[in-house]
Ligand binder design. Sequence first.
Ligand code: P6P
Length: 316
Amino acid sequence: MPSTMNNIAKQGDHGAAMMPVIQGVGRAAIEIAAVLRGAVFRGALGGAGSENVQGEQQQVLDVLSDEIFLEEMRSTGFICAVGSEEQEELLVIEEYTSADYLVLVDPLDGSSNLDVDGPVGTIFSVVKRKTANSERPHVSDTLQNGREVIAAGYVLYGPSLMLVCSVGEGVHGYTYNPNNARFEVSHPDMIVPETGGYYSVNESNKDAWADDMGNKLDGMKEKTGLGMRYVGAMVADMHRTILKGGVFLYPADDKNTTGKLRLLYEAIPMAFIMEHAGGKAMSSDGIAILDLEPEALHQRVPVYLGSETNVDALLG
Ligand code: P6P
């Protein structure tokens, strides 16, 4: 009998509380996947004619995925607020302002891949509120370092529909089985290979990188002989790195002087997964992503994630 996501209830200190939340993520994933599959027939590809707080053109599907995800988090009854890439402010769930947990989410990561039918993803993490349950949830509840995260993961909308997550006791991959209309365990106990795999970076930015990262990358390539793969959607590039090994990086550059990727809903959840898969997740030499103290909901940071051998070969 294949294991389902019900086995999350037995994992770590928070499995029982996190199972309904992650099942809610699974329901949102199934709904979002269905919308993606039929988007071309509904004229839902392309821009929404609006910008998000990052000043990026929102895709129609960014907005729709955000709405679907929020609704599924609301329906769990465990979430008091959601911090989303697509929303400037913290979204308080009015029916459950006394609930214990908050979710940080990038509802549709890599959405620029959509009109070329490339892979995209959803990235999430869960933290316990710091404010009293009698108070109204506050953005300060989201500004916790990554060591406070109690669950995190991602959904990969690819040839199959996968949900990879951890509640602090291993990293486990679930694949949606359409025959049974549910997610079933397909990749138990995911561990990043120590050597091999690929380096994954948008190398066209190399001349603009900060911290002499161009020369450091050349040194790592010479030392490891790794090939290169780059999809342009963090979820897809990270999933391959965890399964095959290597290193994914997005350094700071002349345009993104503090990095491009968002700390709270891209870097921290992926760092939580990478560390629980036995890998390393750094924001600069000697500074782990999970040790950074967030200062703002949409803060950006440089990221270097992969096997210890390859991250060390890069950052020294
Ligand atoms: P670039 C997608 O827009 C994203 O936020 C990540 O998913 C991805 O890793 C990165 O940006 C890609 O950025 O500059 O290479 O297109």
